[in-house]
Design a protein around this ligand. Structure first.
Ligand SMILES: CC(C)(COP(=O)(O)OP(=O)(O)OC[C@H]1O[C@@H](n2cnc3c(N)ncnc32)[C@H](O)[C@@H]1OP(=O)(O)O)[C@@H](O)C(=O)NCCC(=O)NCCS
Length: 172
């Protein structure tokens, strides 16, 4: 868990789910049903679901990751529209990728709508690169999906950058 003065990040718990669902609905055309979040929190052993909360413990963003062997998949991710452009999305990704690395992840991958310039910009800054395009992937508007990978070398560079940022001694 990482903390900032006004925002902290912790694992998602059952009582967060209504707020998470509201954020997902406000953020994505193809949002998940609430039952999916219950499955992620209660039953999916691969799931690493995180939330960002403000100083009053209001959920303002979430990130669901799946850790399978050494692969970390970004499954769902959004910040409440009223809380965007304050670094919360970035903080969720930093925390999720760092915790995933500690658990053995060495590559990360995701799909993103080709027109989602905000998310693509965030992912590119981390080090994700487009490796493939799936034409007409999204059912609602037939939009293309970009498949993006954070390869081992770029993932490691990112972790070292975070450790310097947070002044964590690097393990030899
Ligand atoms: C993508 C999303 C999670 C980003 O969350 P956020 O908290 O607003 O992002 P941050 O404030 O941490 O921004 C980090 C970087 O992302 C990029 N970014 C975020 N919003 C952006 C925008 N509106 N336009 C362009 N770049 C943007 C920038 O590179 C930004 O860095 P900067 O502030 O130094 O310019 C948020 O826009 C969102 O919830 N979108 C809808 C859901 C979604 O698209 N999820 C991803 C599905 S793959």
């Amino acid at each position: 868990m990482i903390g900032r003065t006004d925002i902290s990040i912790r694992r998602m718990v059952l009582t967060d789910i209504p707020a998470v669902f509201t954020i997902d609905q406000a953020s994505a055309a193809l949002y998940w049903p609430q039952s999916s979040y219950y499955f992620e929190v209660e039953r999916n052993e691969a799931s690493r679901p995180w939330v960002a909360v403000d100083s009053q413990q209001r959920v303002c963003g979430f990130l669901v990751l799946w850790l399978i062997m050494d692969e970390l998949h970004v499954a769902n991710f959004a910040v409440h529209p009223d809380y965007r452009r304050r670094g919360i999305g970035d903080a969720l990704m930093q925390n999720g990728l760092y915790e995933g690395w500690k658990e053995g992840a060495r590559i990360s991958y995701l799909e993103v709508r080709a027109g989602n310039s905000a998310a693509i910009s965030l992912y590119e800054k981390i080090g994700y690169r487009v490796v493939n395009i799936r034409r007409h992937y999204y059912q609602d508007n037939q939009e293309d999906a970009l498949m993006m990978n954070l390869e081992k070398q770029d993932y490691q560079t990112y972790i070292l950058t975070l450790e310097k940022l947070w002044m964590i001694p690097t393990k030899k």
